[in-house]
Design a protein around this ligand. Structure first.
Ligand code: RET
Length: 284
């Protein structure tokens, strides 16, 4: 009786595509893959240093809007340190059996699903900081944030779907569609707002950094073990970790250094912007 139930459970688990590994076993596999493990710990160290540096840089900022930019930017390394700790401990990694049609069909592929989950928390913070810097209105900030969260959640679905190879890519395309909406706001809407707000120089630098680096994520997803598998798991993980360094820490450093030195400009954009969703200078 018990054996039948256990056998049934095993079948259900296998049908779901999840290989039966305990958390200590996943952790052991991470530790055994020195390059993969280093890609996690390098970011944990960098996130820790960034948190200390950013708190120090923001110590004298008094203007509430500048403070909001600081808090949302500080959230990025805070989320990141938690995200990488989840990966390094094996908590947010699963070994998933890829469906027929996938380059690694039938094999257990290491899936760092914690990354996609925590991007849903860190990337909206990046966009909030950029939207505030550009002097955007609430409507555009809200749109950018929800589209971005949609991108991360459907990206997570693409990584976790093991029932059908085609459906993995269907999720991927949906995620890309959300991404296009984010890119539109970044490349078309906010530059106009930043021009009006007098922050266009720093905004344009950060915009280019963001757009170029963010485009790397879907490319590496497609090339990595979860996509067409021409890159192995450790290389994909390093690619994400290196993109993260630019998209998070370098981005945040440039932004916060500018905001700390230009509080007066940031506070003068504040008046119409977040007060109302419609009647703002940026809407003209
Ligand atoms: C996925 C795969 C599905 C298609 C697309 C993706 C885009 C991901 C991006 C991630 C950016 C992450 C950052 C994290 C910083 O903490 C989910 C890889 C479009 C753009 C900047």
């Amino acid at each position: 009786m018990i054996e039948t139930a256990a056998a049934e459970l095993l079948t259900v688990a296998q049908a779901g595509g999840a290989a039966e590994l305990t958390q200590p076993e996943v952790y052991q596999r991470v530790v055994d893959n020195a390059s993969l493990n280093l890609s996690f710990w390098a970011n944990i160290a960098l996130a820790g240093l960034s948190i200390l540096l950013f708190v120090y840089m923001g110590r004298n900022v008094k203007d509430p809007r500048s403070q909001l930019i600081f808090v949302s930017t500080l959230m990025v390394p805070l989320v990141s340190i938690s995200s990488y700790l989840g990966l390094a401990s094996g908590l947010t990694i699963s070994f998933l059996e890829m469906p027929a049609g996938h380059a690694l069909a039938g094999e257990e592929v290491l899936t760092m699903w914690g990354r996609y989950l925590t991007w849903a928390l860190s990337t909206p913070m990046i966009l909030l900081a950029l939207g505030l810097l550009a002097g955007s209105n609430l409507t555009k900030i809200f749109t950018a944030l929800v589209m971005d969260i949609g991108m991360c959640v459907t990206g997570l679905a693409a990584a976790l779907t093991v029932s059908s190879h085609a459906l993995r890519w269907f999720w991927y395309v949906i995620s890309c569609a959300f991404f296009v909406a984010v890119l539109y706001i970044l490349l078309v809407e906010w530059p106009k707002d930043a021009e009006a707000a007098g922050t266009s120089e720093i905004f344009n630098t950060l915009k280019i950094l963001t757009v170029v680096l963010w485009l790397g994520y879907p490319i590496f997803w497609a090339l990595g073990a979860e996509g067409i598998a021409v890159l192995d798991v450790a290389i994909t993980s390093w690619a994400y970790s290196i993109l993260d360094i630019g998209a998070k820490y370098i981005f945040a450093f440039l932004l916060l250094r500018w905001v700390a030195a230009n509080e007066n400009i940031v506070s003068s954009v504040a008046s119409g912007t977040l007060g109302s969703a419609s009647a703002t200078p940026a809407d003209d």
